[in-house]
Write a protein that binds this ligand. Sequence first.
Ligand code: ADP
Length: 216
Amino acid sequence: MKQFVVIGLGRFGSSVAKTLYQTGHEVLAIDGDREVIEDIMDSVTHAVQADATDEQALRALGLRNFDVAVVGIGGDIQASILCTLIVRELGVPFIVAKAQTELHGKVLSRIGADRVVHPERDMGLRVAHNLVSPNILDYIELSPDYSIAEVAAGKGMVGKTLRQLDIRAKYGCNVMAIKRGENINISPLADDRLREQDILVVIGSNEDLRRLEEEA
Ligand code: ADP
């Protein structure tokens, strides 16, 4: 079981903290606002009011013993940067930090965040993809060029096997999984036949995914 510390409990941080706790992990939640701490107290292991830019305070909370730190401070860029730097120096092995802008994200990476997330940008991108192409139900950008998309099986696909559709050869994409209602088949076989309302989880270049989606 990993130990997580989540610092800055706005919409993003509190959602991360609660979800980690609900999935059975130990979560220390830190925020400067007393009301925020009172609100989250029953949904995490420990909740402490502290200034995320106060190195002594974070040290005293034993942060160096945690496996992962999530810095959820977004709006106050200075606090986000200082806090990320402090957790790095305290020796937390893995740091995830939330960025407000591209530049903010770059700074966070430079000072030692192992993973930088841009929740608003990424969600915007997913919503936009879904609006433009209703067949694309979800979309995760892996890099600027490659993504994972959930594509609804179109009329032309229903009743055919993966072998018949030959998606890898035709589109250069790989079908990683097939979702069918509540079930998910994570190792689809060539002879698996698609049904109406199946959802393909496909990985590929953005260009190839777009072609697949258009013809799906
Ligand atoms: P979101 O957009 O996810 O709601 P915000 O950036 O608005 O994120 O939330 C920031 C949270 O971080 C707030 O709850 C705020 O009290 C907390 N916070 C901001 N600066 C500090 C700080 N220096 N020390 C502790 N908590 C902070």
